[in-house]
Ligand binder design. Structure first.
Ligand SMILES: *Cc1c(COP(=O)(O)O)cnc(C)c1O
Length: 376
């Protein structure tokens, strides 16, 4: 095998992958309508349910697309006529979910909450109590733009108490933070192969309650391509995706899942935590500041506030690091300039120590002061 240059991606996905996952894409050409190919997807769907500890009452439905396709599919497919979507909006990804509802013209109850703190459960309960027409409750598990961890278990419990089901966008937590759909009160979750399982882009999946999917059979069909029941039914009948699957990405995902189960849920989360601790150590050493308190963070993304230094220029620092194999990423918080360092992917603490060496060199090269300067 030729060695492939190893880049350390500190952006919020796609993540750094192993060479074995990269090479798993190089396979003989195959028509995905052959039984052999369906034979790869069937155990894969089971494995993807197993990652969140679901039983046969949960099913996994695969889609060809980036993670946003799952937000689109879940929101538009699981709302019955006359029902409203309740979206807890406290970050850029839940804002995207609210936008999806608006684009489909879905009746929407939007609960806006601060982007840098946990949401107020009382406000959510009040909305559930006062509006019997709510169909489902939607919350982002980990707001990747800020690093905020939402109290999904408590929100799910509230939803269930009022007879609603919970959809959680777990894209940036799934296969990293241990999730148990029963204990965490999650009826639907979702992810994308390029994030937690450390696969390639182009394959995304919704994992959810079979009975609710089956109930949605006669809900209004709002999209031809992005409908959950249609894709589910096709899988149930034929074991295949309705339309052409991302063939090579699926081979990579198969290998990524083998590596996921080899590493193990706990060891993998411990590794991500090690990486995050190394990220935080560098932040502290350089006097950088984070936008969020650490106790409200998921522990996978650090949103670092731009120093108030006239020589600070994110583009320049980015380019310096990029040329040396490290990718950092702009933030997604509207209030202040931030950049992000993410603990996703096939990396470990030594990679982060190497990164901070390069980052410190970059600061020096551009005369940015250390410790970092902040006006307030
Ligand atoms: C990455 C991500 C998505 C999907 O984004 P795409 O760009 O469509 O892959 C969705 N939700 C969250 C929370 C994410 O982190």
């Amino acid at each position: 095998m030729n060695s492939i240059k190893r880049n350390i991606l500190l952006n919020p996905g796609p993540s750094t992958t192993t060479d074995t996952v990269k090479m798993a894409q190089v396979v003989p050409d195959i028509c995905p309508r052959e039984k052999e190919f369906a034979g790869i997807m069937a155990p894969m769907r089971k494995d993807l349910v197993r990652i969140v500890h679901g039983g046969d009452d949960y099913s996994c439905v695969l889609f060809c697309g980036s993670g946003t396709i799952c937000i689109d599919v879940a929101l538009n497919s699981l709302l019955d006529k006359g029902k409203k979507a309740l979206i807890i909006n406290n970050g850029s990804y839940s804002e995207r979910a609210a936008d999806v509802c608006r684009y489909y013209g879905l009746p929407l109850v939007e609960i806006k909450q601060p982007v840098d703190d946990v949401p107020d459960l009382g406000v959510i309960e009040e909305a559930l109590k006062s509006d019997p027409d709510i169909g489902y409750v939607y919350v982002t598990y980990h707001e990747t733009g800020s690093g905020l961890l939402n109290p999904v278990r408590a929100i799910g419990e509230l939803a269930h108490r009022y007879g609603k089901f919970l959809i959680s966008d777990t894209t940036s937590a799934y296969a990293m933070i241990p999730i148990n759909v029963y204990e965490d009160n999650i009826d639907f979750c979702m992810a994308s192969a390029q994030k937690g399982i450390m696969g390639m882009t182009g394959l995304s999946y919704i994992i959810g309650r079979r009975d609710i999917i089956e109930e949605s059979k006669d809900y209004p069909k709002r999209s031809y391509y992005c409908n959950l029941y249609m894709q589910y039914e096709y899988f149930e009948k034929t074991g295949e995706m309705h339309f052409t699957p991302p063939v090579q990405t699926i081979y990579a995902a198969k290998q990524a899942l083998t590596e996921y189960f080899e590493e193990g849920e706990e060891a993998k989360w411990a590794r991500h935590t090690r990486v995050m601790n190394a990220i935080r150590k560098g932040i502290d050493d350089l006097g950088l500041r984070e936008a969020l308190r650490r106790d409200v963070q998921a522990g996978l993304v650090a949103a670092i506030v731009y120093p108030d230094d006239p020589n600070w220029d994110f583009e320049k620092i980015h380019d310096y690091c990029y040329e040396r194999g490290f990718t950092i990423y702009p933030g997604k918080m509207q209030s202040r300039g931030t950049f992000r360092l993410c603990a996703l992917g096939a990396i470990d603490e030594q990679d982060i120590r190497d990164f901070w060496d390069v980052f410190a060199q970059a600061l020096k090269a551009y005369n940015v002061s250390v410790p970092a300067k902040y006006d307030r």
